[in-house]
Design a protein around this ligand. Structure first.
Ligand SMILES: NC(=O)c1ccc[n+]([C@@H]2O[C@H](COP(=O)([O-])OP(=O)(O)OC[C@H]3O[C@@H](n4cnc5c(N)ncnc54)[C@H](O)[C@@H]3O)[C@@H](O)[C@H]2O)c1
Length: 474
């Protein structure tokens, strides 16, 4: 198939590379001249796992152009993957999409072949039929559904795993103006995905609502796990990780995104939740769950601040490990780590920061207040507390067991994801989120069997100064 892509950013460039690597003929256009020039020169201006290698593989089928109207003439699909920033009321701004439609509409006027205009950018429900379709019909002089097709086809990908998620989706969501458009897009994805995903083809409005609902539901699962963790922290012997692992085994619930930790952040979940609330209000319904989900997410960093404040007084030094909103990316947008850093600094703590990829991005947001450390061990040197925030595998691999601090100093170690649970950490006062006080040392595991997810109970203690290795096995 011949595909034109408008917007070669974090999602657009990866999508273009995936289609081209699978043998489709792809042309791309981006309105940022420097970005376009870099791509024309053969560079890869986006940092994403595996993208450079995939682009090299895809190059024979991938070109970039500065003539977007000709791109419409020469292709079967126009994918629109441009920014739709959030407004202060939570709704998305469609300005960049409208700029693209102003190119596509007139180009369709002179085109005889059926062409699919596919909106991938996240939009408010009602945008496709209420706004984009009339604009395209007016500018092209043609009818949507017979002369050209309009589709809404958002992606559910996580930065750092965009290519893998794109090629192996659980679900391909396709809202289509007509049956032919739905068929063309399902054919395109069947010939591109490595797996055999569920293809959900529906009307434009249903797809628009599905996209927001799905992300909003995921944030609800995350906040449920975090509320459970907050409760477990008050119950002797309770462990939220054991409970959520068992809950996830029930097919009505499922294990994904049901893990307590630092909460959600990034460029999609927080704003999609707010857009869902704005959409509900516009429809005449006051959303009840979604605002509480956001509140619970804020409470995670409040819990961390109060845990640290209970044990240390400002200006004690606090090292934060992990600043990106998730592992494998440098993106710090809506990162919970940065929210925590701000709260700690406002409370008077001296904050030290480390991240394998996101240090410069964090500095651009937080300025020169904190100390920025290129090396995790430098960050830990001379600290009074450590919070393990982003679940980078690198952090689990540090030699925590043999870390020593001068003068019998025992820094507080707060482990948001339980990655060090069960390890012998003689020189730290260890706390894991979601773990109750006086967690008992248990002999044989309570749950055993073939399923490793259920064999989670490990000997563990966390009673501060008396903490030692005796009775702990790994
Ligand atoms: N990145 C993600 O994780 C993700 C996931 C799901 C959905 N989305 C949605 O996809 C859309 C794009 O996100 P992104 O992260 O790729 O954004 P991005 O900012 O990384 O890239 C957008 C690109 O579009 C270009 N652009 C802007 N206006 C243009 C125009 N008129 N014509 C051509 N190019 C134009 C920009 O120069 C930029 O390179 C957004 O609506 C976002 O919500 C993103």
């Amino acid at each position: 198939m011949r595909i034109g892509v408008f917007g070669l950013g974090k999602l657009g460039l990866c999508s273009a590379a995936c289609f081209a690597a699978k043998g489709h003929q792809v042309v791309g256009f981006d309105s940022n001249p420097e970005h376009l020039a870099a791509l024309m020169a053969g560079a890869c201006p986006i940092r994403e796992t595996g993208l450079e290698e995939l682009l090299a593989l895809a190059r024979p089928n991938f070109t970039v152009t500065d003539a977007p109207d000709a791109m419409v003439q020469e292709t079967d699909f126009s994918f629109i993957i441009v920014p739709t920033p959030s407004r202060s009321d939570g709704r998305f701004e469609n300005h960049a999409i409208e700029e693209v439609l102003a190119v596509i509409g007139p180009a369709l006027r002179g085109k005889n072949d059926f062409h699919v205009v596919n909106i991938v950018s996240t939009v408010m429900p009602g945008s496709c039929e209420g706004s984009f379709q009339p604009v395209l019909e007016r500018l092209s002089g043609k009818n949507c559904g017979t002369d050209f097709g309009l589709a809404y086809n958002p992606e559910f990908i996580a930065l750092g795993a965009v290519i893998d998620n794109f090629l192996n989706p659980d679900l391909v969501l396709i809202g289509a103006s007509d049956e032919r458009t739905g068929r063309l897009l399902t054919g395109l994805y069947r010939s591109t995905c490595d797996n055999e995903p569920r293809l959900a083809v529906m009307s434009l409005i249903n797809a628009e609502i599905t996209k927001l609902s799905l992300n909003c539901f995921v944030t609800m699962k995350i906040s449920f796990a975090n509320e459970l963790a907050a409760i477990c922290e008050k119950i002797p012997g309770a462990d939220a990780a054991v409970i959520t692992a068992a809950l996830g085994e029930d097919s009505r619930i499922g294990p994904k995104c049901l893990k307590s930790g630092l909460g959600f952040g990034g460029p999609c979940f927080p704003r999609d939740n707010l857009a869902f609330q704005a959409f509900a209000q516009e429809a005449g319904w006051e959303a009840c769950l979604a605002p509480q989900v956001v509140r619970l997410n804020h409470l995670v960093t409040e819990r961390l601040l109060s845990l640290i404040s209970r044990h240390l007084n400002p200006p004690a030094r606090v090292a934060l490990l992990g600043l990106a909103y998730k592992p494998d990316t440098h993106i710090v947008e809506e990162s919970q780590s940065l929210h925590l850093a701000r709260k700690l600094m406002a409370a008077g703590f001296a904050v030290r920061l480390h991240d394998p990829l996101a240090l410069d991005e964090a500095r651009a947001v937080l300025g020169e207040g904190p100390a920025y450390c290129r090396n995790a061990c430098d960050c830990l040197r001379q600290t009074d507390a450590v919070a393990l925030l982003t679940n980078w595998p690198h952090y689990a691999g540090l030699d925590w067991e043999r870390m020593h601090f001068p003068d019998g100093h025992h820094p507080l170690l707060v482990d948001c994801w339980g990655i060090l649970k069960g390890r012998c950490l003689p020189n730290f006062r260890y706390f894991s989120l979601g773990l109750g006080p006086r967690h008992p040392v248990i002999g044989p595991p309570l749950l055993t069997g073939d399923n490793p997810k259920l064999t989670l109970i490990k000997p563990h203690r966390e009673d501060g100064a008396a903490w030692g290795c005796r009775g702990i096995s790994r």
